[in-house]
Write a protein that binds this ligand. Structure first.
Ligand SMILES: N[C@@H](CCC(=O)N[C@@H](CS)C(=O)NCC(=O)O)C(=O)O
Length: 236
């Protein structure tokens, strides 16, 4: 059984929000780890062998037994269970846990899809439509924040927890999209609670430690857009 004192390796990329989610979790739990940067455009053997089903980052590998754990939310829950002594991430009551998992799944489905939609848009009109879709996707989280937190500092109370990590890891991409296309997915006018939460979250040591450099995200996003454009051109 892993626990305090066990080291781990993280296969990730500096720009992957899902890897950022795991880095934040490890930081909160005080787990030391080795960060192994992967090239997702030219995947190495370790990544392919560790996550043969999805072939994606992040993957957590426990040094003592070499067994990989895949999918960021699965990893967060695993780390929360194994390093249970420090900074509990999921609420203690079953309903609170169910809520947190529901909204985390919502973030990875609706919010991430909407965010990628903005990135994939090829015209200003299309981008404006995709922004509307993204605003509609984050809107329910504004109410969820009040429901889950009772308007505390973070989603499930006064410290960063599971849902904060699930949404907070995407804030750096929101910022990169703002820089690239002048779009605001969370803002004080439309989603005041989320905007205040995002400000508080960004100020935490955990967010600062695990932050992706916006410049790197912008570069990576440009590469993705070039690949999508080439695929679209080849399909014509
Ligand atoms: N649901 C997965 C998403 C992971 C994911 O999409 N990773 C991306 C990087 S952000 C990746 O590895 N992409 C490579 C690929 O799709 O081939 C998780 O939460 O871990």
């Amino acid at each position: 059984m892993a626990g305090e004192g066990d080291d781990v390796k993280l296969l990730g990329t500096v720009v992957s929000p899902f890897a950022v989610r795991v880095r934040m979790t490890l930081h909160l739990k005080g787990v030391s780890y080795e960060d192994l940067e992967q090239d997702v455009f030219d995947k190495g053997e370790l990544l392919l062998a560790s996550n043969p089903v999805r072939k994606k980052v992040p993957v957590l590998i426990l040094i003592h037994d070499g067994r990989p754990i895949c999918e960021s939310l699965v990893i967060v829950e695993y780390v929360d269970e194994v390093w249970a002594g420090a900074a509990p991430l999921l609420p203690t009551d079953p309903h609170g846990r169910a809520d947190a998992r529901f909204w985390a799944a919502y973030v990875d489905d609706k919010v991430v899809t909407a965010m990628l939609g903005i990135l994939r848009a090829t015209t200003d009109v299309e981008r404006a439509e995709r922004l509307d879709a993204a605003l509609a996707a984050v809107r329910p989280l504004e109410d969820a924040f009040a429901e889950c937190s009772g308007v505390k500092a973070f989603f499930a109370g006064d410290s960063v927890g599971y849902l904060d990590l699930a949404l907070g890891c995407h804030l750096f991409w929101f910022e990169a999209l703002r820089e690239m296309f002048d779009v605001m997915i969370i803002d004080a006018g439309r989603t005041p609670r989320l905007a205040a939460w995002a400000g508080r979250f960004a100020e935490t040591e955990t967010a600062k430690k695990a932050a992706s450099p916006i410049k790197s995200i912008v570069e990576y996003a440009g590469k993705l857009r070039a690949i999508w454009a080439a695929i679209a051109a080849a399909a014509k």
